[in-house]
Design a protein around this ligand. Structure first.
Ligand code: GDD
Ligand code: MG
Length: 400
């Protein structure tokens, strides 16, 4: 008998733009579908655990950390399936209290109880900064000669660490998640997305089914976060402008929980900080949509699939306040606004959105967000050689 842990529907809709296909949201019907024949009924695919584990063995899960409570980080690691290589990229302060030291101790201790493979690096590691400089990728270096702060910057480090470790797939999971079970589900869904789309270069993005909130002292399960409402709406507007047909296919415009092949991750441009996910969407359209001139025309021959999966566990993470959410929305809208793809009409809509949220303090033009070139601009061999030196001294490897 074959065990089939995941039962997921096949995509119902698809938008094709150049060599990019965007699949509609796919529902998960069972997290464990029991034993029996694997394969596809008419609309449901069952994916055997062996197939998922095969993908996970080739997968790195990058966990960006900045000042999170140790209990939360440990919970996230508890949820990551053991076959995956975990890469923790921390940007927590080294003083007055050395938070990074505490993180390393906690993870080392946790590692004693499991056989999980964990690499822990610090974003401000001088050796890593040196490796970037030697490899000619200096955009990421700040005035102090270190790697800039920001979630995207941590993701870039994590992506290169995954390459350094020879991984084929790369997934991201935020470190402030309260539910280990949700983290487990995300990673299963990443693996399922890759398994269901073997013929193309795949980008899996998660849309949470719900996000619990307290409203008037009772629990309310919100479907969409404030920042996803805005980025999804504007990305859908953009697709509508491009095709002339109204669409609502995009449900994961700024999904922090996402996974892609390492190959694809090395080709995309990165926007700084929290603009990173929306910018990935935009950059995929720019590179593979065949709409604006691409600097790499061969890319139009590739086959890229965005696969959006709706997870079942509620998503609950640490709340970081209203200002933070507003800034995140602006960063997302900025990368849409400033793309060559964005028509005047949509620019006006974006500015109306900014004005309605910001009122008096709204700028005339939404501020530009810093962009990093694709990692194909970085001399990979030099960088990887630099990692060997840097990480021998400064990173901890619980198991590799
Ligand atoms: N390495 C590193 N460096 N990690 C960072 C940094 C940094 O400078 N800043 C934040 N992080 C980590 C946090 O510790 C957390 O694990 C993760 O990145 C996400 O940061 P949050 O501050 O918790 O972001 P959020 O919850 O508001 O937004 C998340 O969801 C959005 C979609 O709703 C993020 O994943 C966004 O990128 C995403 O768009
Ligand atoms: Mg968070």
């Amino acid at each position: 008998t074959i065990q089939n842990p995941m039962r997921i529907e096949i995509p119902r809709e698809c938008e094709r733009i150049g060599s990019l296909q965007i699949y509609g949201l796919q529902k998960v019907y069972e997290l464990d579908g029991g034993e029996g024949m694997h394969g596809q009924d008419s609309v449901i695919e069952r994916i055997p655990s062996e197939v998922l584990y095969d993908r996970m063995r080739e997968m790195a899960i990058v966990v960006p950390v900045k000042n999170e409570r140790l209990k939360l980080i440990e919970g996230v690691l508890v949820g990551i399936p053991s076959p995956c290589q975990v890469i923790v990229v921390s940007n927590s302060p080294r003083g007055p209290v050395d938070r990074f030291k505490l993180e390393k101790e906690a993870l080392e201790n946790y590692g004693k109880f499991t056989s999980k493979k964990i690499l822990v690096v610090h974003q401000k590691d001088p050796g890593l900064a040196k490796a970037f400089v030697h490899a000619g990728y200096t955009e990421i270096i700040d005035d102090n000669g270190l790697i800039r702060s920001g979630k995207a910057e941590g993701m870039i480090v994590g992506t290169l660490m995954a390459k350094w470790m020879g991984k084929k797939y790369l997934g991201f999971v935020d470190s402030d998640n309260y539910f280990p079970g949700a983290v487990l589900e995300y990673v299963y869904e990443y693996a399922a997305g890759f398994a269901m789309n073997q013929k193309s270069n795949t980008f899996v993005r998660i849309s949470w089914h719900s996000k619990p909130k307290i409203m008037e002292s009772s629990l309310f399960f919100a479907k969409w976060g404030r920042s996803s409402v805005n980025s999804n709406m504007m990305l859908n507007r953009l697709l509508t402008h491009l095709s002339g047909f109204e669409t609502e296919i995009v449900k994961t415009g700024n999904a922090g929980e996402h996974a892609l092949t390492v190959d694809l991750a090395l080709k995309l441009e990165y926007a700084a900080g929290y603009a990173v996910e929306t910018n990935h969407f935009i950059n995929l359209l720019e590179r593979y949509g065949g709409i604006v001139d691409s600097d790499d025309p061969e890319s139009l021959q590739e086959n890229i699939t965005i696969c959006q999966i709706e997870s079942r566990n509620p998503h609950m993470h640490d709340s970081k306040g209203d200002d933070h959410v507003e800034d995140m929305i602006d960063a997302s809208l900025s990368v849409i606004y400033h793309s060559d793809l964005c028509p005047e009409l949509l620019k006006r809509e974006i500015m109306e959105n900014v004005q309605s949220r910001r009122g008096e303090e709204s700028p005339d033009v939404i501020a530009l967000v810093r962009k990093y070139p694709s990692l194909s601009e970085l001399d990979l061999d030099t960088f990887l050689a630099g990692c060997d030196d840097a990480l021998n001294f400064n990173a901890i490897t619980v198991r590799a």
